[in-house]
Design a protein around this ligand. Structure first.
Ligand code: T46
Length: 140
């Protein structure tokens, strides 16, 4: 079953700071629970824009607002949740078969995403009804 606790969860990353500033390290098998095969970042998105609106068949991701802030709404087929990202030491882990929508981007938002797989258009579920069916099948 799509266990909500493991499907979507907030991770806190340790900050290495000194008088020069701060540094956060993201490392597979250290604080990232999958092998990172792709990194991308989203920026220059207006506050009124809603991105995402899809789920993935097989993709784990961690979203980090390394600058600014945004909101992520997730639905795992059962639970609908809204998450705020506004700190570079917080990452939202999203497993596969989770619908996601990103909104309320601040002008300075840079949303960094670590992904477990290479880009694959066929991995996307853009149809909400199909997503609900796939999530239901997964839970049976
Ligand atoms: C997700 C959320 C959080 C690529 O060429 N390579 C890539 O790795 C990605 C992610 C996108 N693209 C192209 C495909 C589109 O022409 O970039 C364009 C924008 O992508 P998309 O409309 O899918 O962007 P978002 O912000 O709606 O969704 C993205 C990811 O695609 C998605 O996997 O979970 O961020």
């Amino acid at each position: 079953m799509n266990n909500n606790k493991s499907c979507v969860r907030m991770l806190e990353f340790p900050v290495h700071g000194d008088e020069r500033g701060s540094l956060i390290s993201l490392q597979t098998n250290e604080n990232i629970p999958f092998e990172v095969r792709r990194v991308y970042y989203i920026f220059g998105t207006s506050p009124a824009v809603i991105r995402g609106k899809h789920a993935h068949y097989k993709l784990e991701q961690i979203l980090v607002a390394v600058s600014g802030s945004c909101e992520i709404t997730t639905h795992d087929g059962i639970c609908l949740k809204k998450h705020s990202l506004s700190s570079p030491n917080m990452g939202l882990y999203i497993k596969d078969l989770v619908w996601r929508e990103m909104s309320n981007f601040s002008e300075d938002c840079v949303l960094l995403v670590l992904a477990s797989h290479e880009y694959n258009q066929r991995d996307y579920i853009h149809d909400y009804q199909l997503f609900l069916e796939e999530a239901k099948n997964e839970s049976e």
